[in-house]
Every structure is written in C-alpha cells, then in structure tokens.
Write a protein that binds this ligand. Sequence first.
Ligand code: ZN
Length: 201
Amino acid sequence: MAQGFQRFSRDVFPARAALFEKLATTHRPTALFIGCSDARVVPELITQTDPGELFVIRTAGNIVPPYARGADGVAASVEYAVSALGVSDVIVCGHSACGAMTALASDGDLTGLPAVAGWLHHADASKARTDAGGELTRADRVTALVRDNVVAQLANLRTHPSVAKAMARNRVTLHGWVYDIGTGSAEMLDATGERFIALAG
Ligand code: ZN
C-alpha cells in the first residue's frame, strides 16, 4: 500500500495536477453510488469516473437501512449527498457472488458473526421477495436475491426524508444496477422497477 501511494504521488498526481488543484477546493459529485464493501466491486473503476465525480457508500450487501432517528452513518452520508451536495442520481449496485446475499439465500450459520447477522436483517424484505418467487436452484436463488435486494434497498432509500424530498421535487433519480464480476457486464432496473435489462450506455 505504501509503495502504491509512492507511485501515486510520484507518477499519477503530477499528471492530473490540474484536476487535483480544482478538487482541493471543490466537492461537487454528480452521483451517489451505494455498493457492496466487496473488494471486487470498485465503483470508480466500473463506472470509469474520476476523483470528485462519485460520492460513495459501501456496506455489506449494499444495504441501506430504512430511515430511523438516531446516529446512523449510512443515513448521514445519504442525507449529505442528496441534501447538501445535491447529487442528481443515486445508484444502488448489487453484484454477482455477493457473500452477504449468499449467506442470506442459503440460511448460512452466522452465529459466529452476530454483527453481520444483525445487519442482514435489513435485507429481510429482499429475502421475502425471493422466497415468494418459488423454488430455485442454489445459484439461481443467489442471483434472484441479489436483484431483489437492489429493489428492496431502493425502497429503503425512499424512506429517507432527504431522498423523498428530492424525488418529490424531481431533483434526483434512483437507479438499480447489478454488476457481474466474471463477465464485466451489468444490468439495470428498467423503468417499471420490476425487471432487469442490460445496462445501456
Ligand atoms: Zn457483496
């Protein structure tokens, strides 16, 4: 990591000096990207965005707890991005082979991971949607849950007052994506909010 930083400050930073000089005093991202903490899903890489363009929240399973009063890091970041920074788009991005969704889909034993178990309860509605879809193979069940979880987390996001207000004023658009690690492809929720289609540029 330290060597990587040395490379950054020696090679990368000088080459983009003008961008970093502007960013030193300007923070105006256009989108809020809510993705999984999974190391294989790198928001800036898969969207090919520069520093300063994406405001990012990463949580296990790209989960956004529904709004509740009290200190909540996810809620604070959502509110800041939407109300203070005024992002015009919010993307909730799930991904293939998600550990959180796999644990949930297979009713994995999480007794040794009480914090994870507690956190995943925020995806109970996602699991209920998948369960209602009928019998599936294990792999198909994970795929379905990853998609259903994106839909459920978008619903949770709408419970945040900052998001509800911005949506009522047509100042923000919500998007649901699923990224496939093995193929580098992605799909997006269509206008009906029920079906995923290939992500078009
Ligand atoms: Zn994940």
